[in-house]
Every structure is written in C-alpha cells, then in structure tokens.
Design a protein. Structure first.
Length: 745
C-alpha cells in the first residue's frame, strides 16, 4: 500500500465541538441551554472549524516530509511474497488412455488462488511410489532362518539384503519424516510404479507414453527434498547438489539381469535436489523400449530378486503395471532424503496474471502517477507499454531511480508494493504524449500469508490447452505437500523501522547490528533468527580470530516441535551472497547454521485435584519445549534460547511448576545423546543440581520429554514414543536385494 503516515492530531470538527461543549459547565455554568442555532454555540462551532483547518494543515507537514524522505532514500515498502508449491494432476476420467497438455497459467482455486508456472503434459497413468525397505536388526534376527532358506533357494553365493516392498508417499501425500533413498533402502533406489486404470488399457497407455508416433512425451516428476544440512560447521561450504539418474524398466533380460533405459532430463528446477521443483524426463520413443518383466511371484520365482523392481503381491496392480521408474543417487552420495515425489507434477504460485490492460490515459503533465489494478507486483514479469503516434504500443523500460535518466529516455518507476507507475517530468525521463493510452502488457501480482495452505487443500483446476482452447477433460489435483513462502506486505511500522538501520549501515556491514539488518533484508530469505559471532572461526571452533565474522542464521518455523530449524544450502548461499557484496574487503565472512546438542528430559510431577492428568502432562511438555525453543517468540526472554546458555534442571523445575494444574515437581532429569542411546546426567548427591553445558555456538534440541504424573521422575526416556527413539535401523549393505514377503494363499 502507499505510505500514509498517521496524523499528528486525529480530532475531527465534531470532536472539537463536543470537547468545547463539555467545558461549558466548568467555566460558564450559567449558560444553559446550548441548542443548535444558539448564538453562543455558533461561536463555538466557528472556532472549532478554524481549529480543524489548522490541524489539517499541521498534519500535512510531517506527512509530506516523511514521504519525501522515504522517496529520497529509495526505500519503498516491500510487497507481499507469494506462496509456492508443487501439485500432481490426474485425469479424473473413467478409463483415460490419451495424454492432455495444459498451457501454463492454469487456475487452481481454493482459500487462496494459484497459477501453474509452466505447461505440463498429464499422462494417462497413476504413479505409486515404493521402496525396498531394509530389515532392521531385530527383524533380521527373527527371520534369519527364512533369509538363509531364500538365499539357498535363489542360489545366491554372497551376502543378501533382505527387504520388504513398502509403499511411500501413499495417496500422493508427503512423508513427514522423509525417506532416505540411500540409508533406508536395500538397493539405494526409489521406485515409481506407472499404472493404467484397467488391465485392458495397458497397451493403449504405452502408446500414449511413447507419443503415439508423434514424438516422445515428457513426464513431469515433482520432487520435494527433505534438505537438512549437517550441524557440523565443517560442511558449511558443501554445494548441496545431489547427483542422481532416472531409469525406466524394459521387458528384457541380459545375462539374467534386468535391462533399464536411461531417461534424459530435459530440465530440472530442483537444481539437483537442492530445492523443491520439477524434473522433466523424456520418455522413450518406442513402445518396445520400456515395459515390465513378469512380476508375479507365482509365475516367476525370481520376482523382486537382485536388481529387479520391487516384488508386488497385488494381482490387480500387477495386471495394470505399465513400467517402473527408478531413481538412483550417485554412488558417492551417502544420503538422499526426500519428503515427497509424484508424477504429472507442476509448480504453482500464489499470483494472478494480467495481460493487455489499459490503466489510464496521459494528460501530458509531469510526474504522472498511474494506479495498477493489483498490488504486490512481481517485478520480473512486469511489462508496460505506452501508445505513441505512428508506432502503436511501445515498450518502456523500468528503472529504480528516474532522476538518473535523460529527458528523452522512455522510462518509468514501478512501486511493486503499492501497485503504482510513475513517469518522468520531461527533464528526467520522458512524459507520455497527451491523450495517449498506457497499458500493462503483462503483469503477475499477488501473495500473502493466506497462501500458506496445508496439504490436500487445493483440489480444483481450470486450464487451457497449448492451442488456447479450454480443456474439456476432467482433471483432479493432488496437493501432497503444503504451499509455503507466502508473507503479507510490509506494514508502515515495519518500513519505518528499517530507516534507522539503513541510515546507520548505508548498505554496508560494519557493526553487529549492520549484519543483522542486512540479513533481514536478504531477498527471498525467510529468516527466523540471526546471531552474529565476531572473531569466531567455525571450522576450528575458536574465538578471537582477527578479521573473521560468522553469521548464524536459522530459518523461520511456525512451531517449536522437533526437529529444530536448520538452514538449507540455498538459504545459506543467499545470505552469504547478499552479505559478501556488502562486507569490508578484509573481512573473512562465514554464514553458518547452528550446532544443536540433542537433549532429553524426564519430569516427575503430581497433579492438583480437578485437573486432567493427560492435559497437564501435555501442557508440561509443551511448556518445556517452548522454553528451550531456539526461535522467537519462545525462549526465556521471547528471543529464543540464548546461545551458549547451559540447560539447568533447577530452571526447568520452575518452568514446570508454573504450568496450570501442577501441584508438586519431584525433579527434572537431563539426558544427553551417546551414539543412539540416551545417557543420564549423573548427580553426585540425590538433591544436587545438574546441568548440560553448551558452548557459545550451540543450542539445545529437545528430542524427547517424558512426564510422569505419579510424582516419581523416570530414570529413562526410552520406550516413550517421543522423537529420537533408540531403535536401530538397517540400511543398504551392498548385498543382493532379496524380498521377504508373507506366503501367498
């Protein structure tokens, strides 16, 4: 919105009259009554009118000065940020066998409206994700005889990696915990089964995937990586790219090993899984280049063994199976964690597109200001045209400061937050000719926190084909992951608070406050907390190193539930690039995440009469987690837990005692992680205070809280079902993948 500072005195004419009448009894009690039209009241109304005129002029002085000051600073208010997401599309018809291509800017309606950012070909298939879940140590022990028998039956000489075919991202929804394709699988692979709607449609669907002889079709695969960089500062310069490849199954065997066709990536907006986005894969051009082997274990004993696709024991799915897609990370990777994957995917964002809209007509005067139909305009997509004699509509150029332009330059200034366009005055920038129309050739605008929608919110889509005609096929939207990144436009108070910082650092990082202010201004960075560690060398964990500045950034997170917020590589890179251009030349700059120390708590309390034990138990856990949370508005002082502050049992006892319904607090036990086990912090004496000491670059991460309401403090946090359990998971051991499934009746 335009900057409109508040008035110094907001009293109106009516307010002044009422105030004067209220003073009459105190000063002239003999004057009664004060009716409308009374000569005395008329005098009061005259003075009220004069006072209102004076106040109006007084209010204009600071408004003009402040507006002019902000304009000179070049500090317009920041526009709303649009939420972003990825959705999958399904042909919601009885028996679809042909592909449908949608043009970009398809409309998705819901609590907030979205648009697709690219065209997408919706293929007549359903994608279901599976992985070969490696057995954990307990399962391997219990099934050791079965595994040995299967190894002998299949004549496997070496080691085996027993697995169970397990669905993931069920019904197109994301997995909160994510799937590590390297560590959690027996073959370092994610498999996507491409299914037709009916067995008799498989051949027609294969023709559609092959392009029906008109060229290869494009399959859009959506990926949401569960990016979580290691807390160690030694990895702060890691590139973050996860190299990988896509293959599609064929019906052929070579030396009894399945043959796969490598799929070429046409484009990749995930940037090798450093962000959420779309991979566009070119499908094989012939139906003979992809297919499936016999997957029914009742007909093929080796189904699912070794490098073959996962074994399925659902006859219906086997009969509808068209092909298997296989995602496999590069051999050098030790981890690839994904929270969602889906086919027929397209990226969306919370903006509306406007084209060829006339916004006004020039009157030939200087400094003309035109109001656009929408605010929070995306600068990169904005194109303005002005009508000129004999030339029609001509594109004019956007500039940040029209005062740097010449008198003949066809330029304008866009205020993206307010949605206004300002032209020159004939000395700095041309004036559009009188009577000529001004139109927006293209514009995308919108955004706000209302666009941060949970999964499964968006369900309807209205699209056009690449030929411009409306799509008649029924389409269904599967929103497997939440949309995020939306933020409301900057308020006037927030804009004015930036002024002192801007005048102080003048876009240069010198003091600690300069670094904090600049990090908060980093474009596209959703920062929740910034800490500046001067003279701290992160790799060596050492302070007092001359010329070094480390900036710790934590992304914003809505809740304080574990895991704690960790910056991903793109966020670290954005902040580093923004600060690096503004730091002193001799400063060695590091942008780092936080090193979290995993801790667990066990608490013993008794509950007051009349309070529910389960509710008090829940409230105690929430209070402790909020008190130890790293982000504002939580923590002891509402600014997150202070860096390096020790976690003390006595302090936490006070927090627990303040919870409504708590009668007494027995004690609080603290636990630290030792490998995959929790080790209690010992007390020399029974009532001695204990604490977990933290370094100046560390924060606690509460992974488990166990509360007992019988007054006895638990000695362990295992078996509680809290985050951070101690179960040992299996992983890819490099052996032959061997399916372990129930007997088939």
């Amino acid at each position: 919105m335009p900057i409109t500072p508040p008035r110094l005195d907001d009293r109106r004419y009516e307010d002044l009259v009422e105030e004067l009448l209220a003073r009459v009894p105190a000063h002239t009690p003999e004057w009664t009554p004060q009716q409308v039209g009374d000569p005395g009241r008329t005098l009061l109304e005259l003075f009220a009118w004069l006072a209102d005129t004076v106040l109006y002029r007084a209010n204009l002085i600071p408004e003009r000065q402040r507006l002019a000051f902000l304009q000179l600073l070049g500090m317009p208010m920041q526009p709303a940020r649009a939420a972003h997401g990825v959705v999958s599309l399904i042909l919601d018809e009885k028996n679809p066998v042909t592909a449908v291509t949608l043009a970009k800017e398809a409309k998705l309606t819901g609590p907030a409206n979205f648009e697709s950012l690219s065209e997408v070909t919706v293929l007549p298939i359903i994608g279901e994700c599976y992985y070969k879940r490696a057995l954990n140590s307990d399962e391997q022990f219990e099934l050791s005889d079965v595994i040995e028998g299967l190894r002998q039956f299949h004549k496997i000489d070496g080691t085996v990696d027993a697995y169970v075919t397990t669905p993931v991202f069920v019904d197109g929804m994301a997995e909160k915990a994510g799937l590590d394709v390297v560590q959690d699988t027996a073959d370092r692979s994610l498999w996507i089964a491409l299914l037709a709607s009916r067995p008799e449609d498989v051949a027609a669907v294969k023709d559609a995937l092959a392009g029906d002889g008109e060229g290869s079709e494009i399959l859009n695969v959506g990926i949401a990586p569960a990016i979580e960089l290691p807390a160690s500062f030694d990895d702060i310069r890691r590139a973050g790219a996860l190299e990988h490849g896509w293959w599609i199954s064929t019906p052929d065997l070579v030396d009894d090993a399945p043959l796969y066709s490598n799929l070429r990536r046409l484009s990749d907006t995930t940037q090798d899984y450093t962000r959420r986005g779309i991979e566009r894969l070119v499908m094989p051009g012939g139906v003979e280049d992809f297919g499936v082997l016999e997957g029914d274990a009742r007909k093929e004993a080796n189904a699912g063994v070794g490098d073959r696709p996962p074994r399925l024991d659902d006859p219906d799915r086997l009969s509808r199976l068209v092909a298997w897609l296989r995602l496999r990370p590069a051999d050098k990777l030790e981890s690839m964690s994904l929270s969602w994957a889906g086919i027929n995917a397209v990226e969306i964002d919370q903006r509306q597109t406007v084209r060829d809209r006339v916004i006004g007509q020039s009157d030939g005067s200087a400094d003309q200001l035109f109001q656009l139909a929408l605010s929070s305009v995306e600068t990169s997509s904005f194109e303005l045209q002005v009508e000129e004699a004999g030339r029609g509509y001509v594109k004019w150029q956007a500039v940040s400061d029209i005062g740097l332009s010449g008198r003949d330059d066809a330029v304008f200034v866009l205020d993206s937050e307010a949605g206004t366009v300002l032209f020159g005055n004939g000395i700095f920038g041309r004036i559009p000719e009188a009577g000529r129309r001004v139109r927006v050739a293209t514009m995308r605008a919108g955004g706000g926190a209302a666009g941060n929608l949970p999964a499964a919110t968006l369900q309807e889509i209205e699209a056009k084909g690449v030929d411009g005609n409306t799509i008649t096929s029924k389409l269904k939207v599967l929103q497997g992951i939440a949309t995020d990144g939306g933020a409301d436009a900057e308020t006037l108070d927030e804009a004015e608070r930036r002024i002192p910082a801007r005048l102080q650092h003048r876009n240069r990082a010198v003091t600690e406050d300069d670094y904090r202010s600049l990090v908060a201004e980093t474009p596209g960075a959703n920062i929740g907390r910034v800490e500046v560690l001067p003279r701290f060398m992160p790799r060596q964990r050492r302070f007092n190193v001359p010329g070094v500045v480390s900036v710790m950034v934590l992304p914003r997170k809505q809740s304080y539930d574990p895991p704690n917020p960790r910056p991903d590589q793109p966020l670290i890179q954005k902040v580093h690039n923004y600060l690096s251009a503004r730091r002193p030349l001799a400063t060695e700059l590091y942008v780092i995440g936080c090193e979290y120390i995993p801790i667990a708590l066990s608490i013993g309390i008794t509950v007051k009469a009349g309070f529910g034990h389960d509710q008090v138990n829940y409230d105690v856990r929430q209070a402790v987690q909020a008190y130890l949370a790293p982000l504002p508005p939580y923590g002891p002082a509402g600014e997150g837990w202070p860096l390096g502050r020790s976690v003390k049992d006595r302090e936490l006892e006070v927090v627990v005692a303040r919870v409504k319904g708590v009668n007494t607090v027995s004690s609080v036990n603290l636990f630290q992680r030792q490998g995959k086990l929790w080790q209690a912090v010992d007390r020399v004496q029974q009532c001695e205070a204990i604490q977990i000491e933290l370094q100046e670059w560390q924060l606690p991460e509460v992974l488990a809280v166990v509360v007992s309401t019988d007054g006895i403090t638990p000695d362990s946090v295992t078996g509680s079902g809290s985050a951070g359990g101690t179960g040992t998971e299996g992983g890819s051991g490099g052996g032959v993948a061997l399916p372990v499934v129930p007997e088939i009746c």
